[in-house]
Design a protein around this ligand. Structure first.
Ligand code: RP5
Length: 165
């Protein structure tokens, strides 16, 4: 199976990404996590993107806050799918990072999830890999079934408590 790269602009972004790491582990997907900044280590970010395909990666996840250029800078240098996570950091509640991540010019898409949306980033990356991995597809379906069961259990519990009557 191809690996997923989880790149973050700063170690301060890591708490947002912990849910993605847990999910990738749960789905049995190999991944590598790195600190790699479009501003502080631009050459290393570029080199990572250029070599990602030959290094066995299938999807890149990039998380950054403020003027979040990481996802776009990676997307400029690879045709692997790039999933961007705008991170809430600083005084604008993540809107700055959301706009910087999502507003890519035509030709260089970044699949942008919600602010701090690390779980959906992991799931989207997994769904891309699942196109060529039947086992992973089954694990994703099982994960969804678990979410459905959890929602139904919550509904049963709410009804049982008579909270709506
Ligand atoms: C961005 O600046 C990082 O992705 C982080 O969200 C933000 C702040 O970084 P630190 O100053 O905490 O390292 O590049």
């Amino acid at each position: 199976m191809r690996k997923i790269a989880v790149l973050m602009g700063s170690l301060s972004d890591k708490p947002v990404l912990d849910k993605a790491f847990a999910l990738l582990d749960e789905l049995g997907i190999p991944f590598e996590a790195r600190v790699c900044s479009a501003h502080r280590t631009p050459e290393r970010a570029a080199e990572f993107a250029v070599n990602a395909e030959k290094n066995g990666f299938g999807v890149l996840i990039a998380a950054a806050g403020l003027a979040a250029h990481l996802a776009g800078a990676l997307a400029a240098r690879t045709v692997l799918p790039v999933v961007g996570i705008p991170v809430q950091s600083g005084g604008l509640g993540g809107l700055d990072a959301l706009l910087a991540t999502v507003q890519m010019p035509p030709g260089f898409p970044v699949a942008t999830v919600a602010v701090n949306g690390a779980e959906n980033a992991a799931l989207l990356a997994a769904q891309i890999l699942a196109l060529e991995d039947a086992g992973l597809r089954e694990r994703l379906l099982a994960y969804r079934a678990k979410l459905t069961e959890k929602a139904e259990a919550a509904d049963r519990e709410l009804k049982g408590e008579g909270a709506l009557s």
